[in-house]
Design a protein around this ligand. Structure first.
Ligand code: 13P
Ligand code: SF4
Length: 310
């Protein structure tokens, strides 16, 4: 189909016509970030989705994020530019296998990282994100055993921070497991002044070198309030666009990947393009839909999270 010459202008017009809000994650292509009404981490995006007055939510992120927006807004049209934008972490936790795992530990409370499908959320007691996981686990009585799913790296980090034992599901994110500790150490020798800031989805050997660990929004805020002028960023490099915009005088270096990959862009996040975003808005599809019984069951642990992290 024919694309307009100026996609930015066409998207702005469609946004008004549709009474739409564009929510984007930091890992989106910089062009998409530039047309978004709100850019944030998973918790911020969920809060925006819960509070928006817009009739249409255009979600520039991956499927589980748009699905969370739909769970919170059953009567709104929720568009995802590319329905194939999935998540390796969500895929690493298939519902049948997780149901069996949960059934084998009936006394455990299930805390699930928001990076999972609605089917997993429906089997969970509380959802968390990377920005509130530690705080949420700390609010659970000490004698209550906990299953933490699906990210073993975030799970291990939460165990360290809370001093609690968690029963971990063995899932992970392909992007955050792809940083090279060896190359990171070499980079640190070249830039001894740089602070390493990392996402808790990274593996322990990488996190060991980090001066600060946090969600995407937390990393951005940390760099803003730090006295330091240069940072090695161990998360998806899309966030460097906002870091550079907010702090033009500071230097941001993407942490090096292992192997021969050029960078750590998330192949799922990057399926969305400005063109697909425009097409989704003009055609009012692809739309997120989900069965009402799953939606209602998945809503409860999300609402619990929002109430526990106000
Ligand atoms: P946050 O933005 O919540 O830190 O999540 C990172 C991530 O991997 C999202 O897919
Ligand atoms: Fe999933 Fe990792 Fe991509 Fe985030 S960066 S969407 S956790 S694969």
């Amino acid at each position: 189909s024919q694309l307009p010459d100026d996609l930015f202008e066409a998207i702005a017009t469609l946004k008004q016509d549709l009474n739409a809000v564009i929510l984007a994650h930091y890992y989106q292509d910089p062009d998409i970030q530039d047309v978004a009404d709100y850019i944030g981490d998973s918790l911020g995006l969920s809060r925006q989705a819960a509070d928006t007055d817009a009739e249409v939510i255009v979600f520039a992120g991956v499927h589980f994020m748009a699905e969370t927006a739909k769970i919170l807004n059953p009567h709104k049209l929720v568009l995802l530019p590319d329905l194939d934008a999935g998540c390796s972490l969500a895929d690493s936790c298939p519902p049948e296998a997780f149901a069996a795992f949960k059934a084998a530990h009936p006394d455990h409370l299930v805390v699930s990282y928001i990076n999972c499908t609605a089917a997993i959320k429906a089997m969970s007691d509380i959802i968390c994100t990377s920005s509130n996981a530690v705080d949420i686990v700390n609010q659970i009585p000490l004698d209550q055993p906990i299953i933490f799913a699906p990210d073993r790296n975030l799970g291990r980090y939460v165990m360290e921070q809370t001093g609690r034992e968690l029963l971990l599901w063995d899932g992970s994110c392909i992007v955050h497991e792809n940083f090279s500790e060896k190359k990171l150490v070499q980079l640190q020798v070249q830039h001894p002044e740089a602070e390493i800031i990392a996402h808790p989805e990274c593996e322990t050997p990488v996190l060991r070198h980090a001066h600060y660990i946090g969600s995407t929004t937390a990393l951005l805020k940390y760099a803003q309030q730090s006295q330091g002028n240069s940072f090695v960023v161990a998360t998806e490099p899309g966030i460097i666009h906002q870091m550079q915009k907010a702090m033009p005088d500071k230097t941001f270096i993407a942490a090096p990947p292992t192997g021969t990959c050029a960078c750590n862009e998330c192949p799922h996040m990057r399926l969305n393009t400005l063109e697909k975003l425009y097409l989704a808005m003009s055609q009012r599809q692809p739309e997120i839909t989900l069965p009402e019984d799953i939606r209602l069951a998945a809503l409860k642990p999300i609402e619990r999270m929002l109430a526990m992290s106000r």
